[in-house]
Design a protein around this ligand. Structure first.
Ligand code: AHG
Ligand code: MN
Ligand code: MN
Length: 355
C-alpha cells in the first residue's frame, strides 16, 4: 500500500491546475493516464489477451501494423474524443490528424502520440511504451494540419508510458521530469522519482550498429572512440545497449545516464532519420531537457525545429549533456572540415592490419 505517497492526481492538483488552462491540462493528463492504464492491462495479458501478432494493414510509414498498435491507437482516440479536452489528435498510426466533431466537444489542446513505441518487441515480450505530446489548439474552429506543426518548444506537456516489469508514466509540464509507477491493484500512479536528473557524463551508448556503413563521419568517429575504450582517446571503457524500444532506451538514460542515437544515415536517402519529430523526438526531447539532458539532431536543437509535416522524420541524439555536446561539436567540426577521425591503432602505421 502507498497511502500517504503522492498520487498523479495530487501532483497535478499541486503543480498544474492553478489556472483555468491548467485545470483543463490536469484533467487531460488524467485522461492520458486512463488510456495508459487500459493499454497496460491489455499488453500485460500478452497472448492471453488476444492482442499480440500482426495485422495485414500498413500505416502511413509503410510499416505493417501490429494488433496492439491499432488497439492502443483506439484507446487514445476514444479517450480523447470523449474527454472533451482536445480539439484534435494526430498519431503515428493515422495518415492525417483527426478533428473532434459533434456530438463530442472540442477542448483547448491538441494531442499527438505514438500509441505503441517499440512495437517490433511486442511478440517477444520486451518492453514497449506510448509517447505523447500536448500542444495548444487554435482559439476557435476546427484545427487544420498547419495548427499541429508547432516546434517542440511550444509543448505544454509531454511524456511516455513504459510497459515493462512495472508500468511507469514519465511526465513533464515544463517544471522538471517526474516518474510515476502504477500500483496495479489499486490503479493509481504514484510519484516514485520526482525531478529526476540525467547524469551529465556517461560511459554507455545506444545505437543500432547494423547501420554503421550508412552513418555520417561524426557518428562513426564518436562510436569508434567509444569502442576504443581505455586505450583510445576517451581513456575509458564504454558499454553498449540496444533495445529497439525508444521508450525503454530513454528511460534507462533517465535512470542512470547514457546517450541514444538514431542518426541521419544514407540507408534510404529519402528519409532524414528513423524517428518521427512530432510524436517521438519532440516529447522525448522535452522530457530529457527537463531532466538536465540534451536532445539534438547533431546540427540543431530538436525542440527548435519548425515542423513541415506531421510524420516528419529527424536524426535524434539525446541523453547525457556532455556526450550530446561532444557529438554536436563533432558534427560542426565535420561540416567545417576540421575534424580528426579516430583511427584504430590496429590499422595505423604500426598496426597489425597496415596495408
Ligand atoms: P515504432 O514501434 O513506434 O515504429 O518505433 C520504433 C522505433 C524506436 O522505438 C526504436 O528506437 C527504433 O524504432 C528501432 O529501430 P531498429 O528497428 O532500427 O532497431
Ligand atoms: Mn515509435
Ligand atoms: Mn509506434
Amino acid at each position: 500500500m502507498h497511502l500517504g505517497r503522492k498520487t498523479l492526481s495530487k501532483f497535478l492538483i499541486e503543480n498544474v491546475s492553478g489556472s483555468q488552462d491548467g485545470a483543463a491540462l490536469a484533467a487531460l493528463l488524467v485522461d492520458v493516464a486512463a488510456a495508459i492504464k487500459a493499454i497496460a492491462a491489455l499488453s500485460g495479458k500478452g497472448a492471453l489477451g488476444g492482442a499480440t501478432g500482426s495485422l495485414e494493414t500498413v500505416n502511413v510509414q509503410g510499416e505493417t501494423q501490429k494488433r496492439l498498435d491499432v488497439l492502443s491507437n483506439t484507446a487514445f482516440v476514444n479517450t480523447f474524443e470523449r474527454g472533451g479536452l482536445v480539439a484534435g489528435v494526430a498519431s503515428e498510426e493515422m495518415d492525417d490528424p483527426f478533428p473532434i466533431k459533434p456530438p463530442h466537444t472540442r477542448g483547448p489542446f491538441l494531442a499527438i502520440f505514438d500509441p505503441l513505441d517499440g512495437s517490433s518487441n511486442i511478440d517477444s515480450n520486451v518492453s514497449v511504451g506510448s509517447i505523447f505530446s500536448i500542444l495548444n489548439a487554435p482559439e476557435s474552429g476546427e484545427p487544420q494540419t498547419a495548427d499541429y506543426l508547432q516546434p517542440g518548444l511550444n509543448q505544454v506537456a509531454a511524456g511516455y508510458a513504459l510497459y515493462g516489469p512495472a508500468t511507469l508514466l514519465v511526465l513533464t509540464v515544463g517544471k522538471g521530469t517526474h516518474v510515476f509507477t502504477l500500483d496495479r491493484e489499486v490503479g493509481n500512479f504514484i510519484l516514485t522519482s520526482p525531478n529526476i536528473q540525467i547524469p551529465a557524463d556517461t560511459s554507455e551508448f545506444a545505437i543500432n550498429t547494423s547501420n554503421e556503413r550508412f552513418w555520417e563521419p561524426p557518428i562513426t568517429r564518436y562510436v569508434n572512440e567509444c569502442k576504443a575504450g581505455k586505450t583510445g582517446p576517451r581513456e575509458r571503457d564504454f558499454n553498449m545497449r540496444w533495445i529497439a524500444s525508444m521508450v525503454a532506451e530513454v528511460h534507462r538514460i533517465l535512470m542512470r545516464g547514457g546517450i541514444f542515437m538514431y542518426p541521419r544515415d544514407t540507408k534510404d536517402v529519402t528519409k532524414p532519420g528513423r524517428l518521427r519529430l512530432m510524436y517521438e523526438a519532440n516529447p522525448m526531447g522535452f522530457i530529457v531537457e527537463q531532466a538536465g539532458g540534451r536532445a539534438s539532431t547533431g546540427r540543431e536543437r530538436i525542440m527548435e525545429i519548425v515542423p513541415s509535416e506531421i510524420h516528419q522524420r529527424v536524426p535524434v541524439i539525446l541523453g547525457s549533456r556532455n556526450e550530446v555536446d561532444r557529438l554536436v561539436r563533432y558534427h560542426h567540426e565535420c561540416d567545417a572540415g576540421t575534424d580528426t577521425p579516430y583511427e584504430s591503432p590496429l590499422f595505423n602505421e604500426r598496426g597489425l592490419y597496415r596495408s
